[in-house]
Design a protein around this ligand. Structure first.
Ligand code: NAD
Ligand code: UFG
Length: 348
């Protein structure tokens, strides 16, 4: 019998790619998403890309904070595990609207865990973030580093990690994996699904992509005086398909071992500067990306990259793609869908 997985936030950027990989691996998948930051077109495209497996996908437009609706789904289907992506993720917005973030991310998660527990579904993979390392005292970041948050978004990740550990401490039937993502970029090699942020992109590569297709005049580079190879910030970029495969590895760990509540980094272990990323994207796309050098962005860190040892050893998972493939696939998605899932009229 194929395992049946519930994916919250499965219409979103990382969720849609992970759902596709799940279907291709023979899992059954049910997405719940309120489409707050995503489009149902992504779900339709995932179904198409999954070919014969597409019929194993079900979609419900539901908000996680709607507990009766969640109850109804769990009452009608037995899920073997849940991958929980759903959440708001814009750092700046979280500073302006902290209660929105606490309400959406934390209450949504508590509802989910309560309903899961009530229906005896006690296997969970949660999307955490490298943001919990703050400005790390050294790199690479290992999972046992102290964690801290510098904004409400990061605090929701930190709190949810702690909530999950408490849930396991209180009931050892739970098996929970907390995945700390570094910087997911790129898109499915088909170019049919990818990242489509609302409004002005906060993150580097969605912004670069919009410059390349002519939607924005130039990239503002935040900070040129960091103590890095070229003065710009260094991050651990990871191909979204590699990241998706990391979730399959985590699920297998939940099904095949006696894990309790464990945390794993999902990164490549390699640091790349802003200027190096821009150069790689220019090479992949043949487009010139005009730059405006500016001050550091408040709250930014200098250099963050992952130690990948624990995930390699215990999840038997390792990223396969490098930045050239990430940029190739980012450009393929951008070139085929310059306005994401919407037409030009839906762009801001
Ligand atoms: P995304 O915004 O594309 O996907 C999140 C999805 O959750 C969206 O489709 C949104 O509509 C949905 N959602 C939000 N609140 C909901 C609610 N209350 N009920 C139902 N659906 C809801 O973001 P993403 O980049 O795919 O990120 C997925 C997860 O990974 C998030 O939890 C995010 O914080 C985390 N993460 C992302 C990154 C990154 O750089 N993309 C890095 C680290 C961690
Ligand atoms: N950058 C620019 N110009 C831009 C956007 C970004 O120069 O327009 C620079 C940043 O200063 C940084 C690098 O590009 O040096 C990467 O920035 P991102 O915003 O893409 O990524 P961050 O690492 O700063 O943050 C992201 C998410 C966080 C998450 C963190 C770790 O936005 O939510 O990765 O997962 F917590």
């Amino acid at each position: 019998m194929p395992k049946n997985i519930l994916i919250t936030g499965g219409a979103g950027y990382i969720g849609s790619h992970t759902v596709l990989q799940l279907l291709l691996c023979g899992f059954k998948a049910t997405i719940i998403d309120n489409l707050d930051n995503s489009s149902e077109i992504a779900v339709t495209r995932v179904k198409e890309l999954a070919g014969q497996f597409g019929s194993n996908l079900i979609f419900y437009k539901i908000d996680l904070r709607n507990k009766p609706a969640l109850e109804k789904i769990f009452a009608s289907t037995n899920f073997d595990a849940v991958i929980h992506f759903a959440g708001l993720k814009a750092v700046g917005e979280s500073v302006r609207k902290p209660l929105l973030y606490y309400n959406n991310n934390i209450i949504g998660t508590i509802n989910l865990i309560e309903v899961m527990g009530a229906h005896g579904c006690k296997k969970l993979v949660f999307s955490s973030s490298a943001t919990v390392y703050g400005w790390p005292k050294e790199v690479p970041c290992t999972e046992d580093f102290p964690i801290a948050a510098t904004n409400p978004y990061g605090r929701t990740k930190l709190f949810i990690e702690e909530i999950c550990c408490d849930v396991y401490r209180a009931d050892s039937e739970w098996k929970i994996i907390l995945l700390r993502y570094f910087n997911p970029i790129g898109a499915h090699p088909s170019g049919h699904i990818g990242e489509d942020p609302n409004g002005i992109p906060n993150n580097l590569m969605p912004f670069v992509q919009q410059v390349a297709v002519g939607r924005r005049p130039a990239l503002t580079v935040f900070g040129k005086d960091y103590k890095t190879k070229d003065g710009t910030g260094v991050r651990d970029y990871i191909h979204v398909v590699d990241l998706s495969d990391g979730h399959i590895a985590a699920l297998r760990k939940l099904f095949d071992s006696n894990i309790g509540c464990e945390v794993y980094n999902l990164g490549t272990g390699k640091g790349t500067s802003v200027l190096e990323m821009v150069a790689a994207f220019e090479k992949a796309s043949g487009k010139k990306i005009p730059l405006v050098m500016a001050e550091r962005r408040p709250g930014d860190t200098e250099t963050v990259y992952a130690s990948t040892k624990k995930a390699e050893l215990e999840l038997n998972w390792k990223a396969k793609y490098g930045i050239d493939e990430m940029c190739r696939d980012q450009w393929n998605w951008a070139n085929k869908n310059p306005y994401g899932y919407g037409g030009p009229d839906s762009a801001i």
